[in-house]
Ligand binder design. Structure first.
Ligand code: COA
Length: 254
């Protein structure tokens, strides 16, 4: 499955989506938004880990400014990027963003929608929207605060300051920085690790992580109640205990 500007590849343990409009620094236009919605529709059913990246040494240099300039109040209220990134955020399985080069404006907000962010040394991430006469309305004003805390998010959003890889790592905006050539491989190893875990438990964990503060701890208890009845939990725990038992028996017979 692929659109003109979004390459989608099945990689076994995960689906790899590459923003592929490098001549425009992968600026997110309506076609890309449509392709991302189509991908979400697939992953809401197929329930696979998504790794999202950009081509040409750039993640995404923002929403497409040529299209943004033409948008009016009614377009703003539709939340074209906002709804798309919320849908990505709400995907049942984890979303891993590989951030090489620029992740600016809407590109940064797409990155904030991921569950796990991996940077490369060339990363430049932030929200220059106010310099264009608009606000960062696709998640930055609430998600960035959650990720890096109030002080830095406020400074970034009010000054348009762009963080390099080291600062992004120190702020927890990316969980690791990996050389560009190895970053996808690292994302693949995380996706493979996730694929070995119980998908129902992974999805329940993601739902609990995304729930508002007021939903805790009831949401964890409800999720756990379902999992405590699952045959997969029984199987995994029995396998662990039997393995331990077998190991102990071998040690005792020595
Ligand atoms: N929207 C639309 N087009 C964009 C774009 C965006 N957000 N970002 C880059 N492009 C286009 C440029 O217009 C240029 O197109 P052209 O060759 O047809 O003129 C092409 O991508 C290459 O951009 P260029 O500026 O020449 O690349 P660069 O490597 O010198 O600089 C950036 C890269 C990211 C620093 C620079 O393109 C930039 O500042 N982009 C806008 C960032 C921004 O404000 N984003 C927030 C938007 S909400």
């Amino acid at each position: 499955m692929s659109g003109e500007s979004l390459r989608v590849e099945d990689r076994g343990a995960f689906v790899l989506a590459t923003l592929d409009r490098s001549e425009k620094r992968n600026a997110i236009d309506q076609d890309l938004v449509d392709a991302l919605h189509a991908l979400c529709a697939r992953l809401e059913v197929e329930r696979r880990t998504l790794v999202i990246t950009g081509s040409g040494g750039t993640f995404a240099a923002g929403a497409d400014i040529a299209q943004l300039r033409e948008r009016r109040a009614t377009d703003a209220l539709k939340g074209i990027n906002t709804r798309c990134f919320q849908r990505i955020r709400a995907l049942p399985m984890p979303v891993i963003a590989v951030l090489d080069g620029y992740a600016l404006g809407g590109g940064a907000e797409l990155a904030y929608a991921a569950d796990i962010r991996i940077g490369t040394p060339s990363l430049k991430i932030g929200n220059p929207e106010t310099g264009l006469g608009i606000i960062a309305a696709a998640g930055a004003t609430w998600r960035l605060k959650e990720i890096v805390g109030d002080a830095l998010a406020t400074e970034m959003l009010l000054t348009g300051r762009i963080l390099g890889a080291d600062e992004a790592l120190a702020a927890g905006l990316v969980s690791t920085v990996v050389e560009s050539h190895a970053a996808l491989e690292h994302a693949a190893s995380l996706a493979e690790r996730i694929a070995a875990l119980d998908p129902a438990a992974t999805q329940a964990t993601k739902r609990a992580l995304l729930a508002p503060a007021s939903a805790h701890p009831e949401i964890e208890l409800a999720e756990q109640a379902v999992l405590f009845e699952s045959p997969e939990k029984q199987r995994r725990m029995t396998e662990f205990l039997e393995r331990r038992g077998a190991k102990r028996a071998t040690e005792e017979s020595r």
